[in-house]
Write a protein that binds this ligand. Sequence first.
Ligand SMILES: *Cc1c(COP(=O)(O)O)cnc(C)c1O
Length: 378
Amino acid sequence: MDEKIMLSLPHMGGNELKWVNKAFEDNWVVPLGPNVDEFEHLLCEYLGYGHVVALSSGTAAIHLGLVMLGVTKGDEVICQSLTFSASANPIIYCGATPVFVDSEKDTWNMDADLLEEAILDRISKTGKAPKAIIVVHLYGMPAKMDEIMSVAERYGIPVLEDAAEGLGSTFNGRKAGTLGDYGALSFNGNKIITTSGGGALICPTAAYAQKVKFYATQSRENRPYYYHKELGYNYRMSNICAGIGCGQMEVLADRVSRRRKIHGLYTSLLADIDGVTVHENPNRAYSSNFWLSTLQIDPATGVTPEELRQHLLDKQIEGRLLWRPMHMQPFYADAPSYLNGVSEKLFDNGFCLPSGSILTDSQIKKVADEIHRLFASK
Ligand SMILES: *Cc1c(COP(=O)(O)O)cnc(C)c1O
């Protein structure tokens, strides 16, 4: 069968509809409800840390994380440059200015030395420290959180982890999203697990989680009439979506181990191609969920990532270039950026392989065969 092989598709476990049906039977077809409470509970249990608030998207989670950290007009927020735009856009929603920091080669995430350089330079230029730091666990690979947290702590700046791609990844045995002050998760259709669309904010205390719920339901004060002292948002997850999430939690561990297995397959199947390097955990402190398996192509091979993408597309296989760094986006062209060339080089030479947990071993082998074919033709 010549089925299309997609990058990362939803992968239902089978029990999702039971939760959704229950919502219909009880007429809980609204934002909030028992499925939302249960989904939050299951996430907390899985993470073994904190207090989780289910929201309408990962972007909303990042936004409310910044609101919780008091980010407002006139502030600067440091953000990893190599990421999806949803990491950075909420800084603009807050009326603040993003300051982009480049990556290091081991994890492809924020470089802690450059982070410190950026903080010092911003203090000298603006007279105050950036209000927050957004670090990303890109493609599931945990950032160097020990180094980043120690720089952040030295200057008293809180850290928001964008763990949208990192659910199930661990650093020194601790789960991504629980290592900073706040952690944002995404349950978009292409992520490790999905609620069709949704997100969550991992908070350090119950009181903070309560405040996030308050903001996410229009900052409505507890009075008999609608009364608002603060700006509100409509960001809570619907009880229907949360039902899908409850079903997905039953298979989350399987989904993570399947993505890791797929990564292992690619690593061994592509090992003999000169100039192709599959991105690996730098050492045993890191355990990526390998949301996407990624690779770097040595330009000396004469194959560009775009050529590989086209070659695979012709065979009904969907691959993708890496995220184009934020400092290279026209929208963010004027933002201050602290660069070392790493993210641009990763972008120029990088490629994302089809990695959905729904893919079979033979589909992974087919992808690897096609990659072999292209490189052999050079
Ligand atoms: C998916 C994603 C988001 C945003 O999540 P949504 O649920 O789509 O809003 C944020 N950051 C990164 C790195 C992502 O991959």
